[in-house]
Design a protein around this ligand. Structure first.
Ligand code: AMP
Ligand code: AMP
Length: 226
């Protein structure tokens, strides 16, 4: 009797572990867009991709699986490496909408493979590699952040804007409240760095955020030129 109970307990533990390991379930995505002017203005500086200076527009940083409790999974499947051939038809759109700005100068492959391996592999229950990158590109087309902000007379002109006016403009233009992440430039100014919007697990529709990302912004933030 003793033996069979411990056997059963072991079986239950094994089953629990296999469910934990195999399930890459998550609750929602953060779709994170980045203002290149803020990335380049910070102390880390930046390097333009080999294709030249990106257009002055928000670029995609990533599509990140998250949990409702504020935590997130990462690097979920070491066997699923980035495969450039899967996204060959998307490369020109990716170069435009998902530019790499880190140094040394890169054609983007390094950045995209990092994003796939760290974040994308945690959404494999929903999206394959091509679908994952395609979903992010389509989301960017759905909300033209720069235009939405311009409509509210908020422009990348080195001026300071209240964080509330930025959030309100995006809420007005997209229907959803964004999260805003700031960085500091070398003079210590708080700048508009990244805009977080929440997306359902299929990667296709925006939703209200179940939990807001951390912000670290002052009440007035600079929208730097690029
Ligand atoms: P930070 O500490 O803001 O510089 O974030 C560094 C990295 O942590 C980001 O680039 C993401 O890869 C990761 N990260 C931060 N917050 C989240 C989140 N809510 N979901 C997924 N990854 C995140
Ligand atoms: P997180 O780990 O998504 O997924 O991203 C954090 C890493 O991405 C850090 O090493 C950042 O320096 C880098 N990163 C953030 N934005 C960019 C960008 N536009 N181009 C290249 N690397 C970036």
């Amino acid at each position: 009797m003793k033996l069979s109970i411990s056997f059963l307990a072991k079986l239950l533990i094994l089953q629990y572990l296999s469910v934990q390991c195999l399930s890459d379930d998550f609750d929602f995505f953060y779709f994170v867009q980045q203002w290149p002017g803020a990335y380049c203005d910070s102390k880390q500086s930046c390097c333009y991709p080999k294709t030249g200076k990106p257009t002055a527009d928000f670029g995609i940083h990533g599509l990140w699986p998250n949990y409702n409790d504020g935590s997130w999974p990462s690097n979920c499947d070491p066997d699923s490496t980035f495969d450039k051939s899967e996204i060959s038809e998307l490369i020109s759109s990716m170069e435009k909408s998902w530019p790499s700005l880190s140094c040394p100068s890169s054609n983007g492959i390094r950045f995209w493979s990092h994003e796939w391996e760290k974040h994308g592999t945690c959404a494999e229950s929903e999206l394959g590699q091509r679908e994952y990158f395609e979903a992010a590109l389509k989301l960017k087309e759905k909300v033209n952040l720069l235009q939405i902000l311009k409509n509210a007379e908020i422009q990348p002109d080195d001026e300071f804007y209240s964080i509330e006016s930025i959030k309100d403009a995006i809420k007005e233009g997209s229907g959803f409240t964004p999260g805003i992440e700031c960085n500091r430039d070398s003079r210590g100014n708080s700048q508009l760095y990244q805009v977080y919007m929440c997306v359902d697990t299929s990667g296709s529709d925006f939703i209200e955020c179940p939990v807001s990302p951390r912000s670290k912004c002052g009440s007035d933030i600079q929208f730097p030129k690029f």
